[in-house]
Design a protein around this ligand. Structure first.
Ligand code: DX5
Ligand code: ZN
Length: 220
């Protein structure tokens, strides 16, 4: 079985008790906690910001992956890292300069990732592949959990996998949106090694069961 990391997106979690959710994620064997920040401008939705990120950080030892769906990520990098981000991903379509944003995240001591929306071609991120730790290929339009996986994003994952392997770069390929026990296998066989999973996991009666089903489906 190809090795991949599971990143649970807390956007779909029960917000009444985030501490309980964080603990359940820890014990269920999730690798990473994925935290979606939306500003209502870059995407047509609002989610949560720094006070909640800080609270989540204080309630778990899990690695925190913060996905910034905001217009000007560069402006908020220091606060994002201060609030607990271990990995910060930002969109190439945002208005911030990608080189400056990457440098700001690295200066803050976190890992950095660059994200492409479904309409953006993979070639756009190639100039940054030697500078980032992660490239995130959105497999839905960013903004909402619970949407259907866009299979036509798989060629982008394959092309990035080929590029990264040929150059032997230490870059992970993350996919985000519509991951379930069917689409996880498609994403991993195309070359993704970090899967963001939201509604699929939190709709299950137990996160641990959901994870087991997902991992079994990928290994089949
Ligand atoms: C969407 C977010 C995702 C979302 C994924 O804009 O970036 O992280 O929570 O949710 P599912 O897995 O339900 O598609
Ligand atoms: Zn996300």
């Amino acid at each position: 079985m190809k090795k991949f990391y599971t990143c649970a997106s807390v956007l779909s979690a029960d917000m009444r008790n985030l501490e309980k959710v964080s603990k359940e994620l820890e014990t269920s064997g999730v690798d990473i906690l994925h935290f979606d920040v939306m500003d209502g401008v870059f995407v047509p939705n609002l989610s949560f910001g720094f006070p909640i990120l800080e609270a989540v950080n204080n309630s778990t030892d899990l690695f925190l992956d913060v996905h910034l769906m905001i217009t000007d990520p560069l402006r908020y990098i220091p606060q994002t890292i201060k609030a607990g981000a271990d990995l910060v991903t930002f969109h190439i379509e945002s208005s911030s300069d990608p080189y400056e944003t990457i440098a700001a995240v690295k200066k803050g001591g976190a890992k950095v990732g660059i994200v492409i929306k479904p309409g953006t071609s993979y070639e756009e991120v190639l100039p940054f592949m030697e500078l980032v730790d992660v490239v995130l290929v959105m497999t839905v339009e960013p903004g909402f959990g619970g949407q259907s996986f866009m299979e036509d994003m798989l060629p982008k994952v394959r092309a990035l996998r080929k590029y990264i392997d040929e150059k032997d770069l230490p870059v992970h390929i993350q996919v985000d949106g519509g991951i379930n026990d069917k689409t996880a296998a498609l994403a991993v066989s195309a070359g993704a090694d970090m899967l963001v999973v939201g509604s699929y996991l939190f709709k299950k009666s137990s996160i641990a069961d959901g994870l087991t089903t997902l991992k079994n489906a990928v290994s089949e």
